[in-house]
Design a protein around this ligand. Structure first.
Ligand code: F6R
Length: 242
């Protein structure tokens, strides 16, 4: 595992560099997309490079990590809409090239299995962007998630719902209780994992991720077992590292 400690702006440049290098080498690469605050500067940087340096997403495929269950299709915080707004539309990425788990499906388990098949049919994820929750989740694999898990329905912890209330006008009751998420086994199958974490509130999760025992109680710690994992953190998020 490679750990880089740098200011947030620099971390976004490093993540964008990895994505740009991949796309220049393999224009039809498969990118794994995260939502939340952590990747936003990366998406800004990629949008800038698309406009100013002709970085093309035309042949690339995108697969989202997770989705809330049962948010209305036009809801501002539905992750499909967040990804469209924050990255896809800005880099002229055709909607049919970007997929997400279907949180509105009548048969959620079948939709989760179909999502796994779609990722496999695309050849697997080349580079997976990740954030980490304050409780150590990646994707929405909350503490206690099986390290071998695949895409499935999960219940969000109160901590995660409280953390994400800022996207729902500060009202935790408006944050959905359930989600569908790629499993830890699904995420670990990606060929390169790039995780970003900034701020003091992530310090314990980063400590457990990098230095803790590999444990389902700190799901991000499974990344210690990945052969190509890059962890990009600022000083505050690194403040509990030995
Ligand atoms: C989002 C996701 C989550 C977030 C995590 C951190 O698709 O899978 O694991 O990455 O909750 O969120 P932020 O970046 O908002 O602190």
């Amino acid at each position: 595992m490679e750990v880089v400690i740098a200011p947030a702006g620099r971390l976004a440049v490093l993540a964008a560099n990895a994505i740009e290098a991949l796309l220049r080498r393999k224009p039809d690469a498969v990118l794994g997309l995260a939502t939340g605050s952590s990747p936003l500067r990366v998406y800004d940087e990629l949008a800038r490079r698309h406009v100013e340096a002709g970085l093309s997403f035309a042949q690339a495929r995108g697969f989202m990590l997770d989705e809330y269950v049962d948010l209305p299709t036009d809801h501002h915080e539905r992750y499909r809409n967040v990804i469209e707004r924050e990255i896809a539309s800005r880099v002229e990425w055709a909607p049919e090239q970007v997929s997400g788990p279907d949180g509105g499906a009548d048969d959620l388990p079948a939709a989760c299995e179909a999502y796994e098949r779609a990722i496999a049919a695309a050849g697997g994820v080349d580079l997976q962007l990740l954030g980490v929750g304050t409780d150590g989740h990646i994707g929405f694999n909350e503490p206690g998630s099986s390290l071998a898990s695949r895409t499935r329905i999960k219940t969000l912890t109160h901590q995660t719902r409280a953390d994400n209330a800022r996207f729902f006008g500060g009202d935790v009751d408006l944050v959905p209780r359930h989600c569908v998420t790629q499993g830890l086994g699904t995420i670990m199958a990606a060929r390169h994992l790039v995780l970003l974490a900034t701020g003091k509130q992530k310090a314990e999760a980063v400590h457990q991720l990098v230095e803790g025992p590999v444990s389902a109680m700190w799901p991000a710690s499974v990344m210690q077992l990945h052969p190509h994992a890059t962890v990009l953190v600022d000083d505050a998020a690194a403040s509990r590292l030995q």
